[in-house]
Design a protein around this ligand. Structure first.
Ligand SMILES: Nc1ncnc2c1ncn2[C@@H]1O[C@H](COP(=O)(O)OP(=O)(O)OP(=O)(O)O)[C@@H](O)[C@H]1O
Length: 256
């Protein structure tokens, strides 16, 4: 893998085989994600965005092509945040955040310290002993994000992390992620979203995918300086950029 890259894909494809038919879900895709880069992936429903993310996480293997991902201890050095929280209902907030550290056999006191520190950064300090059932959707997703980040993965993979939240809460969590990520020393992130606004606020680069089988239609640098503030959303430059993205995507979505 070229130095400075966290992910490299060369002619990567994925076909799913079922008894009735084969589904060519993705590719061929060529892609470099650089260390510390925040990349957003947008595209029509079913174009293979989740498949791409799951391949980077090592959960799905490519059918063709070559995919290289930064590894630690023989596994992709990546953690995933899903849309549906995927936290354990029988564990407290603290125990959920500590989970990856426990699995990595981090010593208990250090694991507690790290989990509490990530709870503080994600606004969960007052809820350490609560169980997920007593939390709002936004709080649960904060737990999922803290849990993913606590073991300090080089790459954070997010699959429509805010899609289940209402519009206002979604905006709040986007703002929080922007702040946490910018304060965190620029971890590599690949985020799949249907929201062009989310992609334009958070991303350094936006990959626009075609209808299935998903290929890269455009690879768009985001022209806004860092650190960014949530107020960026209201500027004419931001609105114009979002519109430009929509033009890239519109025909694909229409014909999907
Ligand atoms: N395990 C699987 N077995 C069979 N088909 C699958 C499997 N996973 C995904 N697919 C199919 O591959 C295609 C791409 O799916 P994927 O979930 O990657 O798309 P997506 O772009 O993330 O969709 P959405 O935006 O709706 O979440 C879809 O047609 C889907 O039905």
């Amino acid at each position: 893998m070229r130095s400075g890259n966290a992910v490299e894909a060369r002619a990567v494809e994925r076909v799913f085989h079922s008894r009735k038919r084969d589904i060519h879900a993705l590719g061929p895709v060529d892609l470099d994600v650089r260390d510390g880069e925040f990349v957003c992936v947008v595209g029509p429903s079913g174009c293979g965005k989740s498949t791409l993310l799951r391949m980077i996480a090592g959960l799905v293997t490519p059918s063709a092509g070559e995919l290289r991902v930064r590894v630690k201890d023989g596994r992709p050095d990546a953690a995933m945040v899903f849309q549906d929280y995927s936290i354990f209902p029988w564990k407290t907030v603290l125990a959920n955040i500590r989970l990856g550290l426990d699995l990595a056999k981090v010593e208990r006191r250090e694991a507690d310290r790290l989990a509490r520190s990530w709870a503080a950064k994600t606004g969960l300090s007052d809820f350490l002993d609560a169980y997920p059932a007593s939390l709002s959707g936004g709080m649960r997703q904060r737990v999922a994000i803290a849990r993913a980040l606590a073991p300090n993965p080089q790459i954070l993979l997010m699959d429509e992390p805010f899609a289940a939240l209402d519009a206002q809460l979604r905006q709040v969590l986007q703002d929080e992620l922007l702040e946490v990520w910018q304060a965190d020393g620029r971890r590599t992130v690949v985020l799949v979203t249907h929201s062009l606004e989310e992609a334009a606020l958070l991303g350094d680069r936006i990959l626009v995918m075609s209808n299935r089988p998903g290929r890269l239609l455009a690879d768009q640098e985001v022209p806004f300086e860092r650190p960014r503030r949530p107020e960026l959303r209201a500027t004419p430059e931001f609105v114009a950029f979002r519109e430009q993205l929509w033009h890239l995507l519109r025909d694909e979505v229409r014909s999907a």
